[in-house]
Design a protein around this ligand. Sequence first.
Ligand SMILES: [Zn+2]
Length: 201
Amino acid sequence: MRGKHAFCPSSGALLADERERPQEYRPGASPVRAPEPDEINEILIEPYSRGANHSSASALVGYFRRMRKRHAPEADPTIARQAALAIQRLKEPEDDVHDDYLWYALAERLHRHDDYTQDALDWLWQCVELSCPHCFGPITDEPVIVEDAVHSKCAINCTDDNRYVDDEIRERMLEAYNEAFRRADGRRDIEALLVLDEDDE
Ligand SMILES: [Zn+2]
């Protein structure tokens, strides 16, 4: 992931606050950050980065483990194994899924397949910030409420038509889920995300 929740795309370690000029400096290049050693990786030799849109499966698993320790230390430890299996599957299709959308598909999997309630997965939303499905830049901070539904837009209006991008974001999440688990389950594709759309459980 990049932005606020950026992590090292090979280990999943969080990136240090300190920003440095990239070694191969190009004019206008944005600064890079070092991965921070922690209890999971005491020594890290990975390169500096800005995070990535498509992190490795092991980085995503590492990030999941770190965030679970931080936000849900009381959660059943088997969730880490179940998440690792789901992440492997989500990384299998040839069209590599953007980390943000993969993260939501992962939550959906843990809910549908491994029976975690929405409440039990609440902390997952604190580890991701959705990006625009067109430019992968940030979406608006303040979602607009229209007819009781929450809508968001690309922060820089990259498509130049001020469109709401929520439906496209959902499409991406569903696609990620279905591409990954269609074969595994031998079931029909899912058409809605329960983790986002169910009111109560
Ligand atoms: Zn955009």
